[in-house]
Structure formats: structure tokens, C-alpha cells
Design a protein around this ligand. Structure first.
Ligand code: AMP
Ligand code: ZN
Length: 139
């Protein structure tokens, strides 16, 4: 529990939320500002406080993935499709520093805009250089 973390406070019941599911390691609730007008946008979080996906302990990984899958099964029936998004750091759109997965049910013409990015092109030789750099960073 991190004292000033809004999601830690939601888990503890100190801030109200619309809870969808809870087990010993994970918690799922409706995002207060759904990404589409049809709603049903759910946040799935670990009860232990981690900021980034890379902070997550292996001991919480399976439980979190299972809850993401469980909620996804419901949302794929609620909506027509589903996006799962997980932001890391401000530059990537993370505003709440408690690791969370956005599960966003999708509908035809639902107005959701960030699921299409403009496709860029690698310059000559650049693709191998970048792949080499990333591979060298793998642990
Ligand atoms: P991110 O930008 O990935 O950090 O997403 C944070 C999400 O938390 C946003 O989609 C907010 O709408 C949502 N959010 C913030 N405060 C609350 C709250 N009190 N209850 C439910 N969702 C919240
Ligand atoms: Zn927290």
C-alpha cells in the first residue's frame, strides 16, 4: 500500500469505485472516464503496488494475467471487440502510477481514436540496427 496512491486507496475502500471483481491478488473496477460512450471500460490492477510492468513480481504475474483473461471473456460478450492497453510512464500516457491494464470493449463506430497509428517506414539499414539494439538489451 502506498499512502498517496489513488488505486491503493480504491483497493482499501477509502475511495469509492464500481467494483467488478476481486480476489486475493487482483482487483477490477470500472474506469471513471470510459474511452467510448458505450462504457464498460475496466481497469485490472494488482493489489500490491507496482508502478511499471517491469516492477511486477513473478509471484503476482499469473494472478494478474488470469484476471485480465477472466474480465476479457466477459467484455468480449458485452462488446463486439476488445482492446487491452497498459501505459508505462508519462510519455506513454500513464497518469496513475499504479500498474493497470485498460480493458476497453469496442463497438462498431464507437469513436475510439487511438487504435490506429500512422505507419512509419524504416530507413535503409535502420531496421537491423534497431533490432540489434533491442536484442542487446534483453536479459
Ligand atoms: P492511465 O492514463 O493509463 O494512467 O489511466 C488512468 C485511468 O484511471 C484513466 O483512464 C482514468 O479515467 C482512471 N481513473 C482515475 N481515477 C479514477 C477513479 N477514481 N476511479 C476510476 N477510474 C479512475
Ligand atoms: Zn498503488
Amino acid at each position: 500500500m502506498v499512502v498517496d496512491c489513488i488505486f491503493c486507496k480504491i483497493i482499501k475502500g477509502e475511495i469509492p469505485c464500481t467494483k467488478i471483481y476481486e480476489d486475493s491478488k487482483t482487483f477490477a473496477f470500472l474506469d471513471i472516464g470510459p474511452a467510448t460512450p458505450r462504457g464498460g471500460h475496466i481497469l485490472v490492477i494488482p493489489k500490491n503496488h507496482y508502478e511499471l510492468i517491469t516492477d511486477l513480481k513473478d509471484s503476482d504475474l499469473i494472478a494478474l494475467t488470469k484476471t485480465v483473461k477472466k474480465i476479457s471473456e466477459a467484455l468480449l460478450q458485452y462488446g463486439e471487440g476488445l482492446n487491452i492497453i497498459q501505459n508505462n510512464k508519462k510519455v506513454a500516457g500513464q497518469f496513475v502510477p499504479h500498474l493497470h491494464f485498460h480493458l476497453i470493449p469496442r463497438f462498431e463506430n464507437d469513436g475510439f481514436i487511438i487504435d490506429r497509428w500512422s505507419s512509419n517506414k524504416y530507413k535503409e539499414g535502420e531496421i537491423d540496427k534497431i533490432a540489434g539494439k533491442i536484442k542487446s538489451l534483453l536479459k
